[in-house]
Design a protein around this ligand. Structure first.
Ligand code: NAD
Length: 489
């Protein structure tokens, strides 16, 4: 058996205190064990926090452009190792190789973007109400940030958190998902090689409760940035106490297809949004809201295309749809097919676990779904799409907004008025016009409304907010006491 991978604490690769390990499996072939990883617990987290605390002063006082230079070097190393990382990602997480390359590219983009932020990190200046007084805002690091991430973008999502935290001068304790620890280790290795000082970034692999929750509750941790399931997010919010908390949670995203839409374009968008990454994206299009006039035609087009989707190992370039992440996810998809049938949804295609080695599930389409069915309301995180027929634009918007989540959304129409009304009326953090629900670019803010989060945004300039504090500075050079609101004549 190969040597277990280690934790990264205080610049050293070490075993966990318990000495226990867990495996990470290839979901396309669970007999292929990707590696064994340290089962980090409270003791390991405490060590990691202490290391992050020791490293904070020097790192936070390092000029941000210098911090940026390390990130630029890391981006270059990511670029050189892009193919190797993408293949590893496919092996550990199951994503088809083209999408895995996209995941790594997103990490490169984010690393470069945040490296550049080291030379911006803008505050602003504004006039004072008093003479000979100068006012401005500056960005300050927060301190130790606890970053907890899911498995579905195992290189990109950690980069969305680690890079802004580092550029802002924070130190980090990072706990990745136990389904994708090797991707996390590779990411940390690159940052180490790029020259990150010891203790600035610490990695603890291990379970949500023993490792993740210890970070969340730790008094020295000043901020938590979490991406994952809504229910985990709710628990974290309750337990974090007086910390800055960022939550990026689930979605039940929809695509509206109006009767004037370019149906071939909408078809491409739905196949990509609904079945790409086997439906395991927070922005996946799990609902398609279709005008009744074109419903039958669009159903036929969808079924014809879904039939052609090829399931398989993501490393095979002919594969369209990879496996689900694990057995629990496969069971969950199966149970939602049963729920959909019980609720009266009409199964047009799919619905079964195919006779294949890994955790595969057939791309599935239900039609004649109403907005209140569980398959139209709940996040399944599998290749299952509910088609909801509607009679007009208003009903389409109502269907779109009928869910608790509010992450991504899309409308296909040639009518600009309807497109702009949709932008205005849809309750979501992201709206696409004539494009699928997925495909975030790193220089634009990313996040959702309602149960998808608590208002924080990742990426772009707003992504800096989560990892920095704003300090307001008043400089009075009048040489006398001037009182705001009082000495205003
Ligand atoms: P999850 O909530 O099960 O796990 C996410 C992380 O939290 C993992 O590292 C896990 O170990 C940890 N964790 C679990 N329980 C914990 C606890 N009690 N305390 C602290 N940490 C704990 O989610 P997942 O299955 O890994 O990811 C899928 C979910 O993530 C979906 O709901 C998806 O929509 C969401 N997601 C959201 C976004 C977004 O940006 N909005 C992006 C990707 C995924």
């Amino acid at each position: 058996m190969s040597t277990p991978y280690k934790l990264y604490i205080d610049g050293k690769w070490i075993n966990s205190e318990s000495g226990e390990t867990f495996p990470s499996l290839n979901p396309a072939n669970p007999k292929d064990i990707v590696g064994r990883f340290q089962l980090g617990n409270e003791d390991d987290v405490n060590k990691a926090v202490d290391a992050a605390e020791r490293a904070f002063k020097k790192w936070s006082e390092t000029p941000a452009p210098k911090r940026g230079q390390i990130l630029f070097r890391a981006a270059q190393m990511f670029r050189e190792r892009k193919e190797e990382l993408a293949r590893l990602l496919t092996r550990e997480m199951g994503k088809v190789i083209t999408e895995a390359r996209g995941d790594v590219q997103e990490a490169i983009d984010m690393t470069e973007y945040m490296a550049g932020e080291g030379r911006r990190m803008f505050g602003y200046t504004t006039p004072s109400e008093l003479r000979d007084k100068f006012c401005m805002t500056i960005r300050m690091p927060i301190g130790i940030c606890g970053l907890i991430t899911p498995w579905n973008f195992p290189i990109a999502i950690p980069s969305w958190k680690i890079m802004p935290a580092l550029i802002c001068g924070d130190t980090v304790v990072f706990k990745p998902s136990s389904d994708t620890p090797l991707c996390a280790i590779k990411l940390v290795e690159i940052l180490e090689k790029a020259g990150l000082p010891k203790g600035v970034l610490n990695l603890v692999t291990g379970p949500g409760e023993a490792a993740g929750m210890t970070i969340v509750r730790h008094e020295k941790v000043r901020a938590i940035s979490f991406t994952g399931h809504r229910d985990t997010g709710k628990t974290i919010l309750k337990e974090a106490g007086l910390k800055k908390v960022g939550l990026e949670l689930g979605g039940k995203n929809g695509i509206i297809v109006m009767d004037d839409a370019d149906l071939n374009l909408a078809l491409d968008g739905l196949i990509w949004g609904g079945y790409g990454t086997t439906g395991q994206r927070c922005t996946a299009a799990s609902r398609v809201i279709v005008h009744e006039k074109i419903k039958e035609k669009f159903e036929k087009m969808l079924v014809n295309r879904i039939k052609k989707l090829k399931l398989g190992n993501g490393l095979n370039p002919k594969t369209d749809v990879g496996p689900l992440i694990n057995k629990a996810a496969q069971d969950k998809s199966k149970s939602y097919v049963d729920i959909g049938l019980e609720e009266g949804g009409k199964l047009l295609i799919g619905g079964k676990v195919p006779r294949m080695n890994g955790f595969f599930f057939e791309p599935t389409l239900f039609t004649d779904c109403s907005i209140d069915m569980r398959i139209s309301q709940e996040e399944i995180f599998g290749p299952i799409v509910s088609l909801i027929p509607v009679k007009d634009f208003d009903e389409a918007i109502e269907a779109m907004n009928s869910v608790e989540y509010g992450l991504s959304s899309s409308i296909y129409t040639k009518d600009m008025r309807k497109a702009f009304l949709a932008i205005q009326r849809i309750e979501a953090g992201i709206t696409y016009i004539n494009s699928s629900t997925i495909g975030a670019e790193v220089h634009l803010p990313f996040g959702g409304v309602k149960h998808t989060g608590i208002g924080t945004r990742e990426a772009g300039i707003l992504g800096i907010d989560e990892f920095s504090e704003v300090k307001t500075v008043y400089v009075d050079y009048s040489g006398k006491l001037q009182k705001a609101q009082i000495d205003i004549k």
